[in-house]
Design a protein around this ligand. Structure first.
Ligand code: PEP
Ligand code: MG
Length: 889
């Protein structure tokens, strides 16, 4: 069977989102459920893909559209192009994944000079001219590429000439005048007139929607969201219903629950006598949905009934666009609603309590990125701040940054290392790059469902909308608050997206209540959000098989990790004990004769530090990694020493000790220290350092055991490439342990950080009780890209150009590095079935990478302490994904 190019709503359903796009599939599903959806059809993504490859609509589509339009005419009794009772349609984009506002829409298609009087007889001349000017505006912008600002300024001029507070209050003659002026704009700026053949309008609109898939802003959005370029969009052609036919008409956008907090109860905005676009673009101030209940209780009741039906059916938060035409309610769109991280947790847990979803499903409805956003700081002492303005709390969070007034300046500020707060009248899809760059977004207009609010919530940016009285002047790069305070570019603002307040200057941010609650032993939480996060984490812990440890090198970090749920330390980097002022100890080992003293000192201070960490993690494993950094990090600076020697030479001053130092530093100097004398190589060259560290660990362990504690140290050798170097390191370790008579003897393992180690893991497993994948170095050495330069370097260009979708230093490269890990797991476990396996690079705290580590069968991941809850959550989700049927509730 060939893939259909067009399907009427009555023949589709929600499972066909690939073909019909999300919007089309849900319109079909609502039609199937018997909800009041205006009749329509969907031109499929298959047709779009044809258009994208050939540049033309599929030839068969013409007849299919004619038949489908005829199918709309019959039930309504209206005719497409009929002078007496014209059928008008909307033409809307709708891809597989929601891309709010990123692609085009044309409303009122089918309206011409000939059909205009027929439309006027349906809703009056004011309404008919209003529809005509909207069609000209949307056709002009979408099909002919006319700058939307050209229409906006004519509208603004008309509003001021006629003293209208908003577009809905423009008199009929003003709208008629605007139609004439808009026509002139189309001709002048777009080089064409609005076609007077309705079918031409329809074909042009369909083509323009397909073309908008490849537009700049849609591409930017897809690149950011990881949506494949090849999917294409569907186009929905729907009989127009009108919210702008008077006071018993209107349009609204609502959610089945509050998308910002997750609180139960329908939530949204409504605008009487308006089309849907007026609600979302923030051009008029909306009313809360509850006001519809006051003015039109019956309608409000019907709407709530439909929202309940949708939520029960989709078993999730739904967002709905609706229109009321002369007292009759229509649902124009639904989808599973975007929500803030806070709402995601709260809704998931509430829905389990309501019996709507299972605990496993709840766990899969949240993710580590959302949890991370909740762990962000908040302004706890906001009362001391200077309040500049207040607006709607559109996306929670506490952000401090400098004011900028256009998206390009936001991008430039971010590139220059400054966090920007983007201040706008309202945002449009063209602002996307600026919103991504921004720390926070502030808009003068727009409700909680405005573009700025929806996009910021999705991206986890702090956002405040509808800031009363704020006058923004992007050209002058300034804004004036209702109280007359002038904000100019560069002023520091603190934006509280949870309360909707904007402060002048930088407020101090404090930890979030969620972070505080997780970092405490209290188990009962009054706060709904804290309770929700704790409940979901508890379920994640019950489901996960992947252990979660932390990377910590101080007792304080270890304590935090333990409180956040870490089950051990997977990586204790010991170099911190010997860097800073203590590096001189290593220098003495390398350069001086007094190496015995230095080694004794190293052993003594390491003993103290190991004791503190092992005591904090009493009863839990602590993997101590032997010294790793390149030797040069411990030695004096070569350039300084050489300059000093030059000066002495010029003054004929002799200093033999300094000359000896210079000679030693020169001897050890390397061009690429990252690929040089570090890790096990350093330990092979200077085995005394291994011995000192191992002895310290053994002494600390014995001391704690003598105190009745249960220390569980493990010893790990870094940067191993060949079996023989691990064997040598191991023999030094074994000897040192034997000398100290520590019992039981700690397990010894190796890091897998080099491709050669991964490929010869069976041989290494002969000398190691466990492996830990050091994916920072393994990525660096597999890709041949320096991990220190990755972010600033060409990888950014690669990502911008679409050569790479993910940064391999952030999200594990499953294909390349992942294959090495799979190989090492297979070879290692083949040689030693009881081999312990962990991962301790930065990837161990990255949600997508954690799923990979669970899939390949590692025993644990080890991440930075603050990310421990994120790793617990993602490990739980990974377990549910792999074994989806065994729900425990
Ligand atoms: C690694 O390379 O992934 C690792 C954990 O070691 P380090 O970051 O200390 O080199
Ligand atoms: Mg490393």
């Amino acid at each position: 069977m060939t893939t259909p190019l067009l399907l009427p709503f009555a023949r589709g359903d929600a499972s066909q989102a690939d073909l019909l796009g999300g919007k089309g599939a849900n319109l079909a599903e609502m039609t199937r459920l018997g909800l009041p959806v205006p009749p329509g059809f969907t031109i499929t993504t298959e047709a779009c893909r044809h258009f994208l490859t050939t540049g033309d609509l599929p030839p068969e589509l013409r007849d299919l559209v004619s038949t489908a339009v005829a199918g709309l005419e019959a039930p309504s009794g209206r005719g497409f192009g009929s002078a007496s009772d014209p059928l008008l349609v909307s033409v809307r984009s709708g891809g597989r994944f929601s891309m709010p506002g990123m692609m085009e829409t044309v409303l009122n298609v089918g309206l011409t000079d000939r059909t205009l009087p027929g439309l006027a007889s349906r809703g009056g001349w004011h309404f008919a001219w209003d529809c005509y000017r909207r069609l000209l505006q949307m056709y002009g912008h979408t099909v002919l590429g006319v700058d939307a600002g050209a229409f906006d300024s004519l509208l603004a001029e008309a509003r001021s000439r006629y003293g209208a507070v908003d577009d809905a209050h423009l008199p009929t003659e003003a709208l008629e005048g605007l139609v004439t002026r808009f026509r002139a704009v189309l001709l002048e700026d777009g080089g064409a007139e609005l076609p007077q053949d309705p079918r031409r309008q329809l074909d042009d609109a369909i083509t323009a929607v397909f073309r908008s898939w490849t537009g700049e802003r849609a591409r930017t959005y897809r690149a950011h969201e990881g949506i494949p370029e090849t999917l294409g969009t569907a186009v929905n052609v729907v009989e127009m219903v009108f919210g702008n036919t008077g006071e018993h008409s209107g349009s609204g956008v609502c959610f089945t629950r509050d998308p910002a907090t997750g609180a139960p109860g329908a939530y949204g905005d409504y605008l009487p006598d308006a089309q849907g676009e007026d609600v979302v673009n923030g051009s008029r101030t909306t009313l809360p949905l509850s006001e519809l209940g006051t003015h039109e209780p019956a309608l409000h009741g019907q709407l709530l009934g439909h929202l309940a039906t949708l939520e029960q059916h989709y078993r999730d938060l739904c967002d709905v666009e609706f229109t009321v035409e002369n007292g009759r309610l229509f649902l124009l769109q639904t989808r599973v609603g975007k929500r803030s991280p806070e709402a995601a947790f709260r809704i998931a847990v509430d829905m389990v309590d309501e019996g709507l979803i299972t605990a496993d499903e709840a766990l899969c409805r949240v993710d580590g990125h959302q949890l991370e956003a909740l762990l962000h700081p908040r302004f706890e002492h906001a009362e001391s701040g200077v309040v500049l303005a207040r607006g709607l709390p559109a996306s929670p969070g506490a952000a401090v940054g400098v004011a900028v007034f256009d998206p390009a300046r936001a991008v430039a500020a971010r590139a220059g290392g400054t966090a920007p707060v983007l201040v706008r009248v309202e945002t449009s899809p063209d602002d996307l790059a600026g919103i991504i760059a921004a720390e926070a977004v502030v808009t003068a207009r727009g409700g909680l469902t405005s573009h700025a609010a929806v996009v910021a919530r999705g991206l986890g940016r702090t956002c405040v909308t509808s800031v009363g009285g704020l006058v923004v002047d992007p050209a002058a790069r300034r804004a004036v608050t209702a109280d007359g305070v002038v904000i100019t570019e560069g002023d520091v603002l603190s934006v509280d997206g949870t309360s909707g307040v904007i402060y002048l200057g930088a407020l101090e941010a404090s930890p979030s209540p969620v972070a505080l609650a997780l970092d405490s032993t209290a188990r009962d939480h009054d706060d709904a959000l804290v309770h929700a996060v704790a409940t979901i984490l508890e379920h994640a812990d019950a489901r996960r098989t992947l252990g979660v440890r932390a990377n910590a090198e101080t007792a304080a970090d270890a304590l935090l990790a333990r409180r956040l749920g870490a089950e051990g330390i997977g990586l204790c980097r010991t170099e911190h004990m010997l860097l800073g002022p203590r590096r001189e100890l290593v220098e003495r080992v390398v350069v001086d004769d007094r190496r015995e003293d230095a080694l004794a000192e190293i052993e003594e201070l390491a003993t103290r530090e190991f004791e503190a960490i092992l005591a904090t993690m009493d009863g839990l494993p602590v993997v101590v990694r032997l010294l790793d950094p390149p030797l040069h990090e411990f030695l004096p600076d070569l350039v300084e020493l050489a300059t000093d020697a030059g000066r002495r030479e010029a003054r004929h001053v002799v200093d033999e000790a300094q000359d000896a130092r210079l000679a030693t530093v020169r001897r050890w100097h390397e061009t690429n220290p990252m690929l040089g004398l570090r890790g096990v190589r350093l330990l092979t060259v200077l085995p005394e350092l291994v011995v000192a560290q191992v002895r310290a660990l053994a002494v600390a362990t014995t001391a704690l055991r003598d105190r009745g504690l249960d220390p569980r140290p493990e010893i790990m050798v870094p940067l191993v490439a060949i079996e023989s170097e691990l064997a040598v390191a191991r023999s030094h370790i074994t000897r040192a342990l034997r000398d100290t008579a520590v019992a039981p003897v700690p397990p010894v393992g190796t890091m897998i950080e080099l491709p050669r180690a991964a490929l010869t893991a069976d041989a290494l497993a002969g000398h190691a009780e466990f492996f830990s994948f050091g994916t920072n170095d393994l990525t660096q050495t597999t890709w041949g890209i320096s991990r220190d330069d990755a972010e600033a370097g060409f990888l950014a260009t690669y990502r911008r150009e679409g050569l790479l979708t993910l940064d391999p230093f952030v999200t594990l490269d499953r294909v390349g590095v992942g294959e090495l890990i799979r190989t090492a797991v297979r070879l290692g476990r083949g040689a030693r079935p009881a081999l312990g396996l962990g991962a301790c690079g930065e990837h161990a705290g990255d949600p997508a990478s954690i799923h990979f580590f669970a899939e390949v069968g590692l025993d644990y991941v080890s991440c930075s302490p603050p990310r421990v809850p994120i790793a617990r959550l993602e490990a739980g989700r990974a377990a549910v994904r792999r074994h989806p049927t065994t729900d425990t509730r």
